[in-house]
Design a protein around this ligand. Structure first.
Ligand code: SAH
Length: 340
């Protein structure tokens, strides 16, 4: 049985045509599912009995289950159980300008960033497109509100699951399906250089964010294993190529870690590294977790860091903190479930 959320409109059209049904049936079926939120083929009243039987024999709908929700004022955290028993998590952030969902792209992660909770538990497998699509639909249905934007910044490295993530993006972006505008979709990578190049050829208006977290190789090697494969020079030159090819601004993510990467010297070095590039730096307050020893930078120090970047004409913001009163650090909820 195939999960219907694995398919873009054109895929379903082709399947139906190959099985002697009409191309337009695909739009009807997708409209029942995505617009009318009808998840039972028998209730699709404008479709022939024969096609309904065919759909029932060949497709199913929800294969992931919402297991647990943690709520706070501006953030909800969701734990999902996959068909094979694995757990993944997603976060809903309620901004003034709309609802944003942060989804996972893998079960666990192999990138092994030293400060990250997700990486403590190794990757079990990649997520399939439907498992990413269903995270969004289940959250949307549970809050009964539209999801306006999606960030692929949960557990996993999206560029280590490239094809499934691209398929997922096409499905949620399709105006007949979830209709989330490309500019409202962000994919975040720890810096898999060849995939950044590949991504620049996709001709998508999707945002790219890069977890830089250090201004030089010495620091980055200590906290991000990936830097030993693709170092800062390779990463920055890949980003320059990406920017000149796509004409799109890149978000640089920089977690401020106390006494690791938050000195004034680091700020100056970062400003020099990014000088002249069409980037925007997002300074991220670290979400401390009990298993790891990293500490969050104090407010005065992060303000100082911010000011130095500003003074050097780098576009910069300090990210609003979400959900620190619940287990909102990446991977915390899943880790607590798996380790029970
Ligand atoms: N693998 C991708 C996407 C998932 S991680 C990437 O590396 O970008 C999403 C972001 O959360 C990354 O910038 C990551 O470094 C950051 N992150 C991980 N643990 C964190 C924590 N405890 N507090 C704040 N940010 C964290």
């Amino acid at each position: 049985m195939n999960n219907i959320f694995n398919y873009d409109l054109i895929d379903l059209e082709n399947i139906l045509i190959n099985n002697n049904y009409k191309k337009y049936n695909a739009k009807q079926i997708m409209s029942w599912i995505y617009d009318k939120k009808i998840y039972d083929f028998y209730k699709m009243t404008n479709i022939s009995k024969e096609l309904i039987n065919y759909l029932n024999q060949n497709f199913n709908l929800f294969n992931i289950k919402l297991q647990k929700t943690e709520k706070s004022k501006d953030t909800n955290k969701y734990l999902f159980k996959l068909k094979d028993g694995h757990f993944i998590e997603s976060v809903l952030m309620k901004h003034d300008y709309g609802n944003s969902v942060c989804i996972s792209s893998q079960v666990g992660c192999n990138m092994g960033c030293a400060f990250c909770e997700s990486g403590r538990l190794k990757k079990q497998r990649d997520l399939l497109p439907y498992e990413m699509v269903e995270q969004i639909i289940l959250i949307q249905n549970s809050i009964k509100k539209r999801i306006d934007s999606v960030v692929i910044m949960g557990i996993g490295e999206p560029f280590d699951n490239y094809d499934n993530v691209m398929k997922f993006i096409k499905i949620i972006n399709n105006p007949h399906l979830l209709a989330i505008g490309a500019r409202h979709i962000t994919v975040s990578t720890c810096g898999l250089v060849p995939m950044i190049e590949k991504f620049s050829n996709e001709n998508l208006q999707v945002n790219l964010a890069v977890s830089l977290h250090a201004p030089n190789n010495e620091i980055r090697n200590k906290i991000m294993k990936i830097n030993k494969v693709y170092d800062i020079n390779k990463l920055i030159s890949a980003l320059k190529k990406y920017i000149s090819k796509t004409n799109r601004r890149v978000t640089i993510e920089y977690i401020l870690l106390d006494k690791i990467n938050d000195s004034e010297k680091c700020a100056i070095e970062l400003a020099n590294l990014l000088k002249g590039m069409n980037v925007y730096v997002n300074l991220i307050p670290y979400n401390e977790t009990s298993h790891l020893n990293y500490k969050k930078t104090k407010k005065v120090q992060s303000d100082r860091f911010y000011d130095i970047l500003k003074k050097n004409k780098i576009n910069v913001t300090i990210r609003k903190e979400f959900g620190s009163e619940i287990t909102a650090a990446c991977g915390q909820l899943r880790a607590s479930e798996v380790e029970k």
